[in-house]
Design a protein around this ligand. Structure first.
Ligand SMILES: [Zn+2]
Ligand SMILES: [Zn+2]
Length: 246
């Protein structure tokens, strides 16, 4: 991921930054976040001018060509009063590279409690795929539903990891028909509809024998083992589900 410094330089001298304006800056960041152009860490800082700090999946993620209608609306409102100057602060060396594949064969949808990246992973290179490059889910102008699903998933996964309620939380992540899985599978299908290749929804798997391919928890058929970057996953092409390979 790339660190970005978005400086808002006033077009009129002596402009007052009131609470309405601050709300607009936050809304602009939120709209960028819902479209996957920035990732979850962002701030509004008062320096000599107001500066928005954000992390972006790719170097050019803040280009206007990727804007959703909501980002464009906010960008236009801000531009009436400020020049928006984006500067690169550099690349986070500990972060994931994003997918640059020209063609993809499939994607997997998964996240975990600390994950800030896009939940869609390219099965060819094994890297996350920037949301704004994907077709928007049916009836939506951005990826808010993906953001909300991820927020729920991360909360459940953290709860499970800390074992405050392992049975309820565990079922959300392991069962294909839990409310969390159902929501995720609908989103995966919506995104896949516009792509022409499958999007597998990842389920956490309890156990299994080393080297043995899993059986699909929905149709019961033996899954197919396939590569995902350097790793291997088991997939059901019928039900569009995946497990980590044993
Ligand atoms: Zn890729
Ligand atoms: Zn199946």
């Amino acid at each position: 991921m790339f660190y970005k410094r978005i400086e808002l330089r006033p077009k009129i001298q002596g402009i007052q930054i009131d609470s309405q304006m601050q709300k607009l800056f936050w809304h602009f960041l939120y709209a960028l976040d819902c479209n996957g152009q920035i990732l979850k860490y962002y701030k509004v800082i008062q320096e000599e001018n107001v500066v928005l700090y954000a992390t972006a999946p790719k170097e050019d993620s803040l280009d206007e060509k990727y804007d959703s209608v909501y980002v464009r609306e906010d960008r236009e409102k801000i531009s009436e009063l400020f020049s928006i100057c984006v500067k690169d602060c550099g690349k986070d060396l500990g972060s994931n590279e994003y997918c640059e594949c020209e063609k993809r064969g499939a994607m997997e949808m998964r996240t975990f409690f600390q994950d800030a990246d896009s939940p869609f992973t390219c099965c060819d290179c094994g890297n996350p795929v920037a949301l704004y490059e994907l077709p928007k889910p049916r009836g939506a102008e951005d990826f808010l539903c993906v953001r909300l699903w991820r927020q729920d998933y991360c909360a459940i996964d953290l709860l499970w990891g800390n074992s405050f309620d392992d049975r309820y939380a565990g079922r959300q992540c392991t069962e294909p028909d839990s409310p969390l899985s159902r929501q995720g599978r609908i989103i995966a299908q919506y995104v896949a509809d516009g792509l022409g290749y499958p999007v597998y929804y990842h389920l956490v798997c309890g156990s299994g024998e080393e080297g043995q391919t899993h059986a699909c928890p929905v149709c019961g058929q033996k899954m197919r083992r396939r590569k995902m970057g350097e790793n291997e996953i088991d997939v059901c092409d019928e039900c569009k589900l995946s497990y980590d390979a044993n």
